[in-house]
Design a protein around this ligand. Structure first.
Ligand code: SF4
Ligand code: SF4
Length: 98
């Protein structure tokens, strides 16, 4: 399984990553980007933009086409650690590497 990491400050919401995904694993959703435009210390109202997310992670095969096509290098696809490993404490991981 994979997870999508997005650098929201770079993403221009073009949707290219979603469009090139042949497995339709990426969706777009609207999120508030709070306080992006600040003037004289006054917080602007939240700005709503559309960002990609891994809508169906089980469909993602890690091909990285979305990463290659992103014009601003805002997206990364990373392998998820297995559930079993995630449940281990840090001490157990140190004692059971690999
Ligand atoms: S890595 Fe490939 S399959 Fe996964 S979301 Fe990106 S384009 Fe789709
Ligand atoms: S991550 Fe890249 S390709 Fe995807 S919407 Fe943002 S800018 Fe476009």
């Amino acid at each position: 399984m994979f997870r999508l990491e997005l650098t929201g400050a770079l993403c221009i919401s073009c949707g290219l990553c979603r469009d090139v995904c042949t497995r339709n694993a990426i969706g777009m959703r609207t999120s508030a980007r709070q306080g992006v435009e600040r003037h004289s210390g006054v917080c602007a109202r939240p700005k709503y933009e559309t960002f990609p997310f891994l809508a169906t992670p089980e469909e993602c095969d890690g091909c990285l086409e979305c990463v290659r096509e992103c014009p601003v290098s805002a997206i990364a696809i990373r392998a998820r650690r297995s559930l079993a490993l995630a449940r281990m404490t840090s001490t157990e991981i140190v004692n059971n590497p690999g």
